[in-house]
Design a binder for this molecule. Structure first.
Ligand SMILES: Cc1ncc(COP(=O)(O)O)c(C=O)c1O
Length: 388
């Protein structure tokens, strides 16, 4: 039985006119904007052009909708989500929200995307150095390894990891990592960017303490927006590391700004410190709601089918599959390492044949998503066969 019905497929594809003349297999870089998202953005920009209506109440409602949809995508509560400009802001928030004592440290693996690497290393200025653990990228961080790392480094109070590695698509066992981290008195912070929207996750069940994500990839949203989520029990205990005038509820009433200080919101919502990204918030509300309704469980199964189609068809003498295909660690990213030429040559050849991929760490990164058709994977396979 197919995962989406024919009419669902047709409706999905009609949202992506920009995917008509190319096989776009690069969602891990940037997802194309669906028409429904574009319409929302255009509508608010039209309002800004004319300044002909009060957009505040609608923006507040759309922000609520966006937080609720992001929460639904990860199995969290809407009041535990804050909308921030990108993953890095979310990671900075998460790295600072937990209390730290002198000598405490962060642990990351040596195969992290720079968003985490730089956010963590900057914490040294606030008295928190980073231990960078060398890992086999095919296994990432795993429970037994983390156990020995935390025995060796009892100073670690935050373990931070990608859910899915950007360069090979390896998906971490978050529950296993959370159990070990918690046993050693450490929190687990996750960069969810390469998984949120394309696989299902329940952060509460997985024991994650905080998760940050971008939305311009697998959530097909405008760039310049992301979100951070934090467990409800932490929100009551720890204050947001920053806040501002938009961290309180104004209910669109700005006539009395000198009055008594209002009650601060708590947790990630308080990190929404100033004027929000009006267009981005609307786009995120629309896209994340749509994707949540389509269902990340289904989307994950659908992309698994596309990835399997590619892996079965690719010539093993010419391309090594770098990505883990096991049910527990696979993702919607599959990477092929060319055996006879370099990855950039392959990427350029594919682009000339209308197939869009990316090069990451010497491999071709292919990242299909729910709008991708099986025929586009076939087009990729054909183009690979035609590689001189
Ligand atoms: C794992 C991961 N995290 C984060 C990002 C992006 O970080 P930011 O949203 O801060 O630009 C990317 C890719 O751009 C990524 O692959």
């Amino acid at each position: 039985m197919s995962i989406f019905t024919a009419s669902e497929r047709e409706a999905i594809r009609s949202e992506f006119p920009g995917m008509r003349d190319r096989a776009y297999l690069n969602f891990a870089s940037i997802g194309p904007l669906p028409k429904r998202v574009r319409r929302k953005i255009d509508a608010i920009n039209d309002t800004f052009e004319c300044m002909n209506r009060n957009f505040d109440p609608e923006t507040e409602a759309e922000a609520e909708r966006a937080r609720a949809a992001c929460a639904r995508l990860i199995g969290g509560e809407p009041n535990c989500v804050g909308l921030l400009p990108n993953t890095s802001s979310g990671l900075n928030w998460a790295l600072r929200v937990f209390p730290r004592d002198p000598g405490d440290a962060i642990l990351i693996s040596d195969h992290e995307f720079p968003a985490l690497r730089y956010s963590a290393s900057h914490m040294a200025h606030f008295g928190m150095p980073t231990v960078v653990a060398p890992v086999d990228p095919r296994r990432g961080l795993y429970a037994e390894h983390l156990e020995s790392l935390l025995v060796e480094h009892p100073e670690v109070k935050i373990v931070a990891t990608s859910w899915v590695y950007f360069h090979n698509g390896f998906r971490h066992d978050l529950r296993g990592l959370a159990d070990v981290a918690h046993r050693h008195g450490a929190y687990l912070i996750v960069d969810g960017t390469q998984g949120v929207g394309t696989r299902s996750i329940n952060v509460m069940e997985q024991g994650v303490d905080a998760l940050a994500s971008a939305v311009h990839k697998w959530l097909c949203c405008p760039v310049g927006l992301g979100f951070v989520w934090c467990r409800p029990e932490h929100i009551q205990r720890f204050a947001s590391p920053w806040a501002g005038w938009m961290s309180v509820e104004w209910h669109s009433q700005y006539g009395d700004l000198f009055g008594d200080l209002r009650t601060m919101t708590r947790g990630p919502r308080a990190a929404e410190s100033g004027t929000p990204n009006f267009a981005g918030v609307r786009g995120l509300a629309e896209a994340a709601t749509w994707i949540a309704e389509l269902g990340t469980e289904r989307i994950g199964l659908y992309t698994d089918g596309l990835v399997d189609q590619l892996k079965t068809a690719v010539d093993p003498d010419r391309f090594g599959v770098v990505s883990d295909g096991s049910p527990d660690h696979r993702s919607s990213i599959v990477c092929l390492r060319p055996q006879r030429t370099d990855a950039e040559t392959v990427r350029t050849h594919l682009a000339r044949h209308g197939v869009i991929t990316a090069v990451r760490e010497g491999a071709i990164r292919v990242s299909p998503h729910f709008p991708t058709e099986s025929a586009e994977i076939e087009q990729l396979v054909q183009s690979l066969h035609e590689l001189p």
